[in-house]
Design a binder for this molecule. Structure first.
Ligand code: G6P
Length: 472
């Protein structure tokens, strides 16, 4: 029987250590939901890192057994691997480079060696589970070398690869000392997917320039194989958000928040802590709004959730300080006894509370300076139901390619952001609803289940096509 194996750096269950032992918390992330029906089906499995350092063999066995009950297989990483492969090469080299922050990228040979070694470790973990004809779907930038490693060991396997972050212009890839190796790693797949056609074209151009391989009609030709390359914009579980927003629990939270926030209009900002998200620019824009349009003083509040992330990487710690300082300064300058311009939370929130934020917000301010897709924009749209609301969206998020009824802005253009905020806050309710209904139709139709099916169908097709070519 042919099986499907999903691989990502992080498993869709978070394992945490507490005083009373290990805690297992299923992730509610989009990928976990979208692929749930696949990896939980008979015999299939999701391979990845459980998100914490587990050294003791007895504890490792406990984690393995517990995860196996939910169709997962852990890859344990040592502290040195987490430092050099995860914080080092993945998040200190690839993440900044692929998001056009080359100035943050480090090129440390020991990090590259760890990256290769951990991709090899993932390969061994997959090979222990996969048969020769299995379908394997590898996810994201932490595992760019894995498709090729698997291909060498399982020449007939069906291998898909999806990149969840932007693929940058080839000019940035050529700056990387290991660019050609990374591209060759990806080309081990039969199908390579990106969120947008722009990323796909950048990839094809990098392959042509750096590897000298022919690329035509969304295909790469190597001497041995043809690799399909395509765009698959990822969606969310629309109904889950739409239903949760009108649930008892979410409405209860919403009533409480409303009481505290009073009459003020609410601008919502939700992100992982990351310099790619444009969080500081957003704070400058809020301040700009209060200066340019003083009528909003006391009338509008920014509800800003920043979810802690990668705090061992230097730039993340520095960004946290910058945000703390900015929020403190703006609040100290503008607040009154009964009103705060910024309600800032540095933590994550349970699903129902997040949905209550979305449902309550008048404006969602989604302004990353670079973002592969950005699902927060889609979650806001799905959660609004028949309420009015305005999405302000960066034109440098992958989502902007689809969500043209949002107010699209250049996130580094503060005046444009200020103008969009004022426009959103003064937009007639029927225009808000009209734009939202268009956006909702789109996000509902191209949900995460449609995304998964499209990718898997195309992957199966890529294999059939190759087999036909081989027998011609
Ligand atoms: C982005 C990446 C994912 C990653 C997530 C959280 O969405 O594309 O691969 O899992 O950020 O980052 P973390 O480093 O905590 O896994």
């Amino acid at each position: 029987m042919s099986r499907t194996i999903i691989i990502s750096n992080r498993l869709p269950t978070k394992v945490q250590r507490a005083a009373d032992g290990l805690h297992f918390q299923p992730s509610e992330g989009g990928l976990a939901t979208g692929l749930g029906s696949i990896y939980r089906a008979d015999g299939n499995v999701w391979v990845g890192w459980p998100g914490l350092f587990v050294e003791d063999p007895a504890e490792q066995a406990q984690v393995t057994a517990r995860l196996a009950d939910d169709s997962m297989a852990p890859v344990f990483l040592t502290e040195a691997e987490i430092r050099d492969y995860y914080e080092g090469f993945s998040n200190g080299t690839l993440w900044p480079t692929f998001h056009y922050f080359s100035e943050f990228a480090t090129y440390v040979p020991a990090h590259w060696e760890a990256y290769r070694a951990v991709n090899e470790k993932f390969c061994q973990a997959v090979l222990a589970l996969a048969g020769p004809e299995d379908t394997i779907w590898v996810h994201d930038y932490q595992l760019l070398l894995l498709p090729e490693l698997l291909r060498r060991a399982r020449p007939n396997a069906t291998i898909g690869f999806f990149l969840h972050i932007p693929f940058p212009s080839y000019e940035l890839v050529r700056v990387l000392p290991w660019g050609p190796e990374l591209l060759r790693g990806m080309l081990g797949a039969d199908l390579i997917g990106f969120h947008t056609f722009g990323y796909m074209h950048h990839f094809l151009s990098a392959v042509a320039h750096l590897l000298g391989l022919p690329t035509q009609n969304g295909q790469v030709e190597t001497p041995e194989r043809t690799i399909l390359v395509d765009a698959f914009p990822m969606g969310i579980d629309y109904e889950r958000y739409a239903q949760a927003a009108v649930s008892e629990a979410a409405q209860g939270y919403e009533r409480t928040y409303r009481e505290v926030l009073g009459e003020a209009r609410v601008i919502l900002s939700i992100d992982r802590l990351d310099y790619t998200k444009g969080i500081a620019q957003r704070l400058h824009a809020l301040e700009g709004l209060l200066v340019a349009h003083p009528e909003w003083v006391g009338q509008v509040s920014l509800l800003m959730v920043v979810v802690p992330s990668r705090d061992q990487v230097a730039q993340y710690a520095a960004l946290k300080e910058e945000i703390d300082e900015l929020v403190g300064r703006i609040n100290a300058q503008y607040r009154t006894i009964t009103w705060n311009p910024i309600n800032y939370f540095y933590r994550s929130f349970p699903f129902e509370e997040l949905v209550a934020f979305y449902h309550l917000a008048d404006v969602a301010l989604v302004t990353p300076v670079r973002d592969g897709m950005n699902l927060v924009a889609k979650e806001f749209i799905a959660s609004k139901g028949d309420r009015p609301g305005v999405l302000i969206l960066s034109d440098r998020a992958g989502a902007a390619q689809e969500l043209s009824d949002a107010l699209l802005i250049n996130p580094t253009h503060t005046d444009q952001l200020v103008g969009a905020l004022h426009q959103a806050l003064t937009m007639p309710a029927d225009e808000q609803c009209q734009r939202l209904r268009h956006l909702q139709e789109l996000v509902r139709q191209y949900d995460v289940f449609a995304w998964t099916k499209l990718f898997m169908d195309r992957l199966a097709y890529s294999k059939i096509k190759q087999q036909t070519l081989a027998t011609d």
